[in-house]
Design a binder for this molecule. Structure first.
Ligand code: AMP
Ligand code: MG
Length: 488
């Protein structure tokens, strides 16, 4: 194709490529035959000075499918490894390519990356491509996460390629533009620690700290401070997932971002009926990444990160291990405290303590026994939703609500304060599985409006309005047979 005239480009950087060559490879996306923009995120475009680019523009489709690039762009794929279902594996960007780093209006730098843009050095046996369904799904879920105000990578665009992708059936391909604070993963550190030199591990460490928390470089033990930083962000992140009923589904260490953003939307889903062992992913047959396991798995992953940082924590291995162990012990406490605080806020208690936990256990046990909807139950409790579901006539539910009221009174919590807390803790809208599936069926048939409506509703998920249809009456038996898939 003849070279295009691109709209003015914001400043672009590629600081990552100052790292040793072992961390990346310069790679261009593979051009596609007839790109067309399916989804374009106006708000995000505005935030990154891409606002004069348009959904219906030929140049936008060319660039965001990776088919035609201005000279200034030197894209690259990143190397990493990861523990997948507990086993160490060499990976790397098999179907994503970083276009570079762009600044938002506040002057902060973010990676922009094409996903589904063709093979790279790290593709192994994969085709480097992605289906329309998988990329629109990532767009819907990540933007819903942003709407919920939970740290996440964002989605700027989905461009269909006009080319078939062979999965279980043939689907059209698509390229998603993902925006992230960085794409450095726990698995990037494991890769450096396990396969590269100490100098290379140090380069990655310095780069990452400078990028995400430069102030840590002047602390007494920067590696330990960095660990502290990553741990705290993960505690916040996973606590938030537990708050809204989100199951990531594939919390391998390569899918855990150092910056603490939700990343790699593959088999993830929000659950309807509460069930601690809920798993949606077709390959998670042992329930390793089940809903209630997520805090434990985050700790396991952070132990992998800790291990990879040992030589930077102290040159004496024994000392390093001692320091690391005490940090990991703290982590356990942070998770526990953060989880308890979150549980309290969901029922309107600002200072829940361990001794109040039986109250929560009874509620969760009831929800599990009756497959009560995890989102709607808290709306019922707040008094803003009258469900059609008869389980709320249960004496166990009514008794629990009575206990909750009494305890609230005993602790001197004012009604309006409780409501205020519940309002900001409990979403009234999540992208429920049946809604996501309806949207994707439409997308595969060439209709975008259902997906667009869903994305729009997800932007305001804490809304409380009289007569608002919060509930999306959940199909009975809900989503217990729902299945999700990796890498589609
Ligand atoms: P995921 O399960 O999406 O986290 O992917 C695990 C690894 O497989 C990552 O390194 C991906 O880049 C790679 N991968 C997934 N799908 C493909 C594909 N279609 N082609 C090449 N590599 C892929
Ligand atoms: Mg991944």
């Amino acid at each position: 194709m003849a070279s295009l005239s691109f709209p003015t480009f914001p400043n672009i950087e590629k600081t990552y490529t100052a790292l040793p060559n072992s961390f990346f490879q310069f790679t261009n996306p593979t051009p596609v035959s007839s790109p067309n923009v399916l989804l374009w995120n106006d708000d995000l475009a505005e935030e990154f000075l891409f606002d004069h680019w348009r959904k219906d523009d030929v140049v936008t489709a060319q660039f965001f499918s990776g088919s035609n690039l201005p000279e200034a762009i030197k894209p690259f794929a990143q190397a990493y490894a990861g523990h997948q279902f507990g086993h160490f594996t060499m990976l790397g960007d098999g179907r994503t390519i970083v276009m570079g780093e762009f600044q938002n209006r506040r002057g902060e730098w973010f990676d922009f990356q094409w996903k589904g843009s063709g093979r790279t050095k790290y593709s192994r046996n994969g085709d480097g491509r992605a289906t329309i369904s998988a990329m629109v799904r990532e767009y819907i879920m990540s933007e819903a996460m942003a709407g919920l105000q939970i740290p996440t990578t964002r989605s700027l665009a989905v461009v269909k390629t006009g080319e078939p992708v062979l999965r279980e059936e043939i689907q059209e391909g698509a390229v998603l533009t993902r925006v992230a604070s960085s794409h450095i993963r726990v698995g990037t550190f494991e890769y450096a620690y396990q396969t590269l030199s100490l100098d290379e591990l140090e380069s990655l460490f310095r780069y990452t700290v400078n990028r995400h928390a430069p102030e840590l470089m002047v602390t007494e033990n920067p590696a330990l401070s960095f660990l502290d930083f990553v741990m705290k962000r993960q505690v916040t992140l996973v606590t938030n997932w537990m708050r809204v009923g989100f199951i990531h589904g594939v919390m391998n260490t390569d899918n855990m971002s150092i910056a603490g953003e939700t990343i790699d939307y593959g088999p993830c889903a929000f659950m309807n009926g509460y069930f601690g062992k809920r798993v949606f992913s077709s390959i998670d047959t042992n329930g390793r990444y089940a809903f209630a396991n997520q805090m434990g798995i985050a700790q396991w992953n952070l132990a992998c990160l800790t291990n990879s940082l040992l030589p930077l924590i102290d040159s004496n291995e024994e000392t390093a291990i001692e320091l690391a162990k005490s940090k990991l012990n703290e982590l356990e406490t942070w998770f526990q405290e953060s989880y308890i605080r979150m549980l309290g806020e969901k029922i309107g208690f600002p200072n829940l303590t361990e001794k109040d936990l039986p109250l929560l256990r009874t509620l969760y046990q009831w929800m599990q026994d009756r497959e009560a909807d995890f989102t709607n139950t808290f709306l019922v409790l707040e008094g803003v939703y009258t469900p059609k579901d008869s389980i709320y006539e249960d004496s166990r539910w009514k008794d629990w609500v009575k206990d909750w009221r009494e305890e609230k009174e005993k602790q001197g919590i004012r009604e309006e304060d409780a409501i205020k807390l519940m309002r900001k803790s409990n979403p009234s809208f999540i992208p429920r599985n049946h809604l996501v599936e309806i949207a994707l069926t439409n997308v595969r048939q060439g209709y975008m409006s259902v997906a667009e409506d869903l994305i729009k509703r997800s932007q305001n998920p804490y809304i409380r309005e009289i007569d608002y249809d919060y509930g999306e009456e959940v199909p009975k038996g809900g989503d217990s047979n729902y299945q999700t898939f990796c890498g589609t």
